[in-house]
Each structure stands twice: as C-alpha cells, then as structure tokens.
Design a protein around this ligand. Structure first.
Ligand SMILES: Nc1ncnc2c1ncn2[C@@H]1O[C@H](COP(=O)(O)OP(=O)(O)OP(=O)(O)O)[C@@H](O)[C@H]1O
Ligand SMILES: [Mg+2]
Length: 386
C-alpha cells in the first residue's frame, strides 16, 4: 500500500471497506438501487472502483463520472457513449461476451450530436437510445451503472439549463428504476462529492430519489484507524510508537483515510531530516498538510458554485466564525442570517446542506455546530477566514 493522497485508490492500495462493499452487494442482490452518501473525500469513488474491479458473478459494473455534463441530453449522450467505449468492452471480454454481443437485435447505424440511428431506421434521442439498449440486453447478467458526481451533474444542469431539466432527469431516472422490466437488468448506484439529497431538496425533487437504498460511508473507528496507520507505516518502512499513533488519532479526530494518508506522508517526509518522531513533529506534519491548497480548495470552490451570492457569503461567514471560535450557536447563525438578509427557512436549508456535505456537525451537548474535521477547520481558519 503506497501513499496515495488525492486520487481514488485501487487494487492493493485499497484499505478494507468490507462492510460498505458487502452492503452494496447485498442491496444489489435485493434489486435495490443505491445512493452512496458521505461527505467529500471519505472514499466513495474508491469504493465504486472496488465494486467495478471485483464484481460478483453475473454482474457487469460500469463506472462513469458525469460531472462534465451541463444539460440533460449531454448526460444521456455520455452514458450512451460510455456503453460503447472500447475500455468498457475490453473489461467485460474477460467475463464473457462483449457488450454489443449481449445486445440481441440491435445494430447502430449512425451516431450524431442529436441522437442515434438504429439499424431498423429508428432515430432516437440519447435518452431513448439508452433505454432501448438496456431493454434489448440479454438478461443473464445485471448491469450495474455507477454514476459518480451525479449530484454535481444535477447542480450543473440547474445552473446551465434550468431546474426543469434537472427535475426531468431525476424523474426519468426514477421512472427507469420503477420500470420492472428495466430494473431486472439494470441497477444504478449514485454518488458524488456533494450531497445529492441537499441539491435535490433545493429544487423540491426529493420524491424522485426516495426509493434509493442509502449506504452511508462513515469515517474509520479508532481501532480501524490504528490498524490502517500501522499497515501504511509497515509498508512504507517507518515506525510510529503506539503513543504517537494515539496522538495522531486524537489530532485528526474525524478519521477518514485521506487525512491519515496525507499527514503520515508529511510525517515521513519530516522524518528524513529528523528521524526522532515526537508530538511536535506530528504537529508540524499537520501544519504542512494544510499547506497543500489543492487538497482543500474544493471545499470553498464547491460552496461558491453551489450557492447564490448572498447565500454563499452567509455560509462562508458561518464557517469563518466557526473556524475562529471552534463552535457556533444557533443564535449567532441567526444574527449572520439577518446581516445577509437571508430568511429563516433558507438559512436552515443552507445550514442543513453544510451538514449534509460534511462541513459542520451539530453537537447536542454543546447546543452548537462545530467543524466535522479539525484539520479542515485549521485550513479554513488559515486560508479563508483570516
Ligand atoms: N479504502 C481506502 N484505502 C486507502 N485510502 C483511501 C481509501 N478510501 C479513500 N482513501 C484516501 O482518500 C482519498 C480520496 O478517496 P476517494 O477519491 O475515493 O474519495 P471520494 O469520497 O470519492 O472523494 P470526493 O468526494 O472528492 O469525490 C484517496 O486519495 C486516499 O488518500
Ligand atoms: Mg469521488
């Protein structure tokens, strides 16, 4: 297991997420379509790749990231084209026949910007062409279509084509999932680095996703994190004493593999100059970790992209306050909402989406919100708030 900080991990670099992967297969076996929900950087794409790389018998997983689609047609076009891609055909050659061989009567004559002309002369738009492909599949295998960055796609469509089109895409997906004939052959898994629930709620489309089986990806437990740290240290030839592992765990607090990898990588770099590991060296490694702007920038960028001007300024100020004061009470939130002329309902919704997307979490005992991750809090305080 090498240090991998940023891209999704695969193969030997994937650290055990057995529970989540098992749950995915169980739900698929039950014909349930899935929404994998977890805040940014928790490891969703890596889990999808695990499903893709090691499918159960009789399943053919397809992985597609639709983030660059800005309108409804483009979404279907991407999906359709992906089904035809060389890479995909190659990947299933080993399991059985090629994808096109699985399609019984279908011949594609011409593919253009607006749609697809089939051998029988039928000209269909990409959505209908996709549905036709699926309908004509031989049913000995189930196709699992994993759509990464689906929430971002919906957000793009809202922005560039309008709410109506975004709702129409959600509705079509819902209809495909409800269609028994199509559902027999195709299952969908959706995920994304922003919460689908909050994006969809904003356009009153929750009813179109309430049939999805929700799989949550939690951070690692302390024991899991300990094992993960030990494994990475072993494989990268450096040693951390038990007390230092405990210290690191206490500092990271929100134990996602990403922060663990990032900080261990920095610790190892520092060890080259100073082989004695102590708490202050670990603290310095944390300081250095948050200097990697590119690992954290997206937290601010996605917020700016997802919210209108004043709503963004309000959300940013809530996070600035929280990063400087460790916590924020509801009363302070309502003061900031007044300042930005944000209505009570809208302010509640924005705070809700900050929770969904993993920025903050409500601590019942303190009756206030805190950053989910102290590492992100440190980064935000240093780079955005001050
Ligand atoms: N199972 C795992 N084993 C080892 N490292 C992991 C694992 N899952 C995630 N990571 C670490 O987290 C990083 C991000 O993983 P991944 O891209 O899968 O997360 P994500 O939830 O899809 O992120 P985003 O929300 O930005 O799309 C990886 O580069 C790696 O450092
Ligand atoms: Mg991802």
């Amino acid at each position: 297991m090498a240090f991998i900080v940023g891209p999704a991990v695969r193969g030997d670099n994937f650290w055990d997420r057995d529970d989540e992967v098992e749950e995915i297969w169980e739900q698929l076996d039950n014909n349930t379509h899935i929404l994998i929900s977890a805040p940014r950087r928790v490891g969703k794409t890596s889990i999808m790749y695990k499903v893709f790389d090691e499918p159960k018998e009789n399943y053919i997983p397809i992985y597609i990231n639709t983030e660059s689609a800005d309108n409804e047609n483009e979404f279907w076009q991407k999906l359709f084209n992906h089904l035809e891609e060389e890479e995909f055909i190659d990947s299933i050659k080993s399991t059985s026949k090629t994808f096109l061989e699985k399609i019984k009567n279908i011949k594609i004559k011409k593919v253009s910007l607006s749609g697809v002309e089939f051998g029988d002369g039928k000209l269909l738009n990409y959505k209908d062409a996709f549905i036709r492909l699926i309908k004509d599949l031989d049913s000995s295998h189930k196709i699992v279509i994993m759509i990464d960055e689906f929430a971002q796609t919906i957000e793009n469509i809202i922005k560039y084509e309008g709410e109506k089109s975004a709702l129409s895409l959600l509705k079509t997906h819902h209809e495909i999932r409800q269609d028994l004939k199509l559902s027999e052959k195709t299952l969908f898994i959706y995920t994304g680095s922003i919460g689908l629930e909050s994006v969809v709620k904003r356009i009153s489309g929750s009813k179109h996703i309430n049939d999805l089986g929700n799989i949550k990806v939690p951070p690692l437990t302390k024991d899991e994190a300990k094992d993960f740290i030990k494994k990475i240290c072993d494989l990268n030839y450096f040693n951390l004493e038990e007390s230092h592992i405990d210290f690191l765990i206490e500092k990271i607090e929100w134990l996602i593999p990403f922060y663990i990898q990032l900080i261990l990588q920095e610790t190892k770099k520092l060890c080259k100059k100073n082989p004695t590991i102590n708490e202050s060296l670990i603290e310095e490694a944390i300081e250095r970790s948050i200097e990697h702007r590119n690992y954290f920038d997206s937290w601010q960028i996605k917020l700016r992209e997802g919210l209108e001007n004043e709503a963004y300024l309000f959300a940013k100020e809530v996070l600035n306050y929280t990063s400087n004061n460790i916590k924020i009470e509801k009363k302070e939130i309502s003061n900031l909402a007044d300042k930005h002329k944000i209505e009570n309902d809208e302010s509640k919704e924005i705070i809700h989406s900050l929770e969904y997307d993993g920025y903050i979490t409500y601590i019942e005992q303190e009756r206030s919100y805190r950053f989910n991750s102290p590492i992100l809090r440190m980064w935000w305080s240093k780079n955005v708030a001050n």
